[in-house]
Design a protein around this ligand. Structure first.
Ligand SMILES: [Zn+2]
Ligand SMILES: [Zn+2]
Length: 312
């Protein structure tokens, strides 16, 4: 389960607890950004990003408008979950949960070896127009189906880019592959993340050189390819949070509401979305998806049968 609040509200709360902006930034760096297995923090600190990706129950705890309403939205959500746990299917999923569940389903198709994200674009009535997941363009081979040894041994070369078959890149891959020799001997295919290798080679730490299109981009492009209807006034659902570049595209398409799960958006929100006259509304997702969606919303027996049995 992940409990979260919109980023600006979370920061205000931390400031009230006397955290300075610098301390908040450091806290986020430690608790949000994933740690490598060889860093002690991997075992000792919170992995918020991981939790947000793996949770199946999401509770959002936004600020209430007045003191009397404080925690009312929180208690309504808990009440709903507890009722559903006690009696699965007592209510049906909300429009928002249904659409986010479809995005969650789509994310499992991603061949990215570090992170799977799903996205759905709907009309203003929650009718689904398109969906997408983070993956390479059609015609390229996803990361999970490629391997270090193939590239280094010159096999299956059509799966690799011109840059990847260059000596510079292959030298880098050769160095970083040493630790995987046993795995390869055992017959396992060992894929690599191009972005990680390229960053190691360039001694950089940026997110630009991913092979994949983002889930949101793929959903927008699918809509653009197959439907002539406009997305103006439509909604975007993402199992993560829209990045700066996808936020710009959502804005340009006239998307009106963005439902997201990961409330650590960088400056995508404050700089790109909260600017100009057509600002989309951002809504932190709350509800059940994934396994919890099925467990909570599948009735144990049809209600009619239950009532028939009880009414005898
Ligand atoms: Zn990847
Ligand atoms: Zn993006």
């Amino acid at each position: 389960m992940a409990v979260s609040a919109p980023d600006d509200q979370r920061k205000i709360r931390l400031r009230k607890l006397k955290f300075s902006d610098e301390e908040i930034e450091n806290l986020d760096k430690v608790e949000y950004e994933p740690h490598d297995l060889d860093e002690p923090e991997f075992f000792t600190v919170q992995d918020i990003q991981g939790c947000l990706q793996r949770a199946d129950l999401y509770v959002s705890n936004p600020d209430a408008k007045n003191a009397a309403a404080k925690f009312s939205s929180l208690s309504a959500q808990v009440l709903r979950f507890v009722s559903l746990i006690r009696r699965p299917g007592i209510v049906t999923p909300t429009h928002i949960e249904r659409c986010m569940q479809v995005a969650y389903t789509a994310k499992l198709n991603s061949g990215c070896i570090s992170r799977q994200v799903g996205a759905v674009v709907t009309g203003p009535d929650f009718s689904i127009r398109s969906l997408g997941w983070n993956d390479v363009a059609l015609g390229q081979v996803p990361c999970n189906l490629r391997s270090r040894s193939d590239l280094l041994l010159g096999q299956d070369l059509s799966a690799y880019s011109e840059y990847e078959v260059s000596d510079t890149f292959k030298d880098q891959l050769q160095n970083s592959s040493a630790g995987y020799a046993t795995l390869t001997t055992c017959g396992r295919s060992v894929p690599f993340c191009f972005k990680a290798e390229y960053n190691a080679l360039r001694k950089e730490k940026n997110q630009v050189h991913t092979r994949s299109l983002h889930a949101e981009e793929n959903a927008f492009l699918q809509a653009a390819r197959h439907h002539s209807a406009t997305l103006e006034g439509g909604f975007l659902f993402t199992t993560a949070a829209p990045c700066e570049l996808c936020s710009k595209k959502a804005y340009q398409l006239g998307i009106k509401r963005i439902f997201y799960i990961d409330p650590y958006p960088g400056i995508a929100v404050s700089h790109i979305l909260q600017s100009g006259t057509k600002r989309p509304v951002l809504e932190l997702f709350s509800g059940a998806i994934g396994k919890a969606f099925h467990r909570l919303y599948s009735p144990l027996v049809p209600l009619k049968d239950e009532l028939n049995a009880l009414g005898r």
